[in-house]
Design a protein around this ligand. Structure first.
Ligand SMILES: [Zn+2]
Length: 48
């Protein structure tokens, strides 16, 4: 399972998410401010 960093352009919150959480944010919006999210707001995070 890959990890992504979600950076919300509205509230600038940075949230590390896994794939299911990524899908939830894409469909339901930012968990902090509920702004609509796009795939472009996610960055891949490499595991350490
Ligand atoms: Zn937000």
């Amino acid at each position: 399972m890959s990890t992504h960093l979600f950076v919300c352009p509205e509230c600038t919150q940075e949230i590390e998410v896994n794939d299911p959480m990524r899908e939830a944010i894409l469909s339901g919006g930012c968990p902090v401010c509920a702004a609509s999210a796009e795939a472009a707001y996610f960055e891949a995070v490499s595991e350490h």
